[in-house]
Design a binder for this molecule. Sequence first.
Ligand SMILES: *Cc1c(COP(=O)(O)O)cnc(C)c1O
Length: 430
Amino acid sequence: MENFTPTHYTLECVATGRQFEDEGWMLDDPCCKIPSMIRTRYAVRQIDVRPDSYGFYKFCDWLPVRRMLQGSSAPVTYKSKGLADYLGLKNLYITFNGYYPEIGAKMTTCSFKETEAYSVCARIREGDNRILVVASAGNTARAFAKVCSDNNIPLLLSVPEENISALWFDRPLNPCVKLICPERGGDYFDAIFLSNLALKSRKFYAEGGAKNVARRDGMGTTVLSAATTIGEIPDYYFQAVGSGTGAIAAWEANMRLNEDGRFGNKTMKLVVSQNAPFVPMFDAWRVDSREMLPYEAAKARRDAEIIDAKVLSNRKPPYSLAGGLYDALKATGGDIMVATNAQARKARALFEETEGIDIYSAAGIATASLVKSVADGRIDPEKIVMLNITGGGEHRCQQDKELWYLEPSLVFPLTPDPEEVVAKTEALFD
Ligand SMILES: *Cc1c(COP(=O)(O)O)cnc(C)c1O
């Protein structure tokens, strides 16, 4: 691909401020004794946004990547007319992650999980022969499967059998991507459990989730897209959250843009929302608690079944640790809101009517919260509002296409024999 020199970066522990080199796939500061995020510090202070032909890697100055992978696209930000007029907002900008060719948005897995996957997979050292492992409820698996399939990167996915209908693709996948499932009745947590058993093998290594700086800096490109399009850092940021990783990433991108200096010096207020009744972070935030409150497993499971936006049902979000969502909200004067299924469905219909494209339930939750905030007079209509549409265009993308589904190579019982999991999953890649 185009000429590309990876940006130099160091890692910094949020809790202690200690800086250190990335010796390869570091997810924590080995010297830090308390739970904390680590962050990247890029040698390039002013971002040089590359041409659109770079796809997602147009933001490579602020990505911890060693190479550029094939087939990527970046989030697209545009000034809203339809929804903005409806809401009476003068400066509403939509950052669209998904498939909407009319505006140049071409993420064929239709969600901002693609920004994570293109960043994380490009952080892998070339010549690393180990196999990346990702456990997911759906969107993350689809994004990683596409990126790894197109770029010949071995990948082991663990997804609950109930959710594998989410693993649709517009073409058959490269066999370097393998899927294992906990049997029916298993949920996201069983999928994580199963992937952890496979990870006992030295052939495999964990992607790392929110603690992977590549994941967060990948998601932070939504804000880079907004600020570089608008010419200014937004005043408000609306996003639906399950883990809150995207919002933490937005805050981190905001700080980098402040250091850049050309986009103003502002703190964008993070307004994140959860899908009621699954609202564990809202519950903690409401009583100003850094610790999450107890959330009984049976109730959590039931609540997760009720909500439309299943991708938002994370029971162990990176909320409490240093540099996590609690800190992000405190630092930005942010807030957590909730929206119901009914409100989100209405908001999705409104979005399609006013902006001309279908959006996911999760994006409907964010839109519903924006509608509510405006109705409550909480938004100054002159201010710059960024609405992060985290996923959409699935209907458009699937139209007139033959779809392919990823089938599991192995299905395991809910309490599998650990040695058997290792032996059988290793054998998949022989
Ligand atoms: C994963 C996901 C979210 C939630 O993102 P987090 O920042 O990880 O909480 C929101 N919307 C969509 C479409 C997603 O796939």
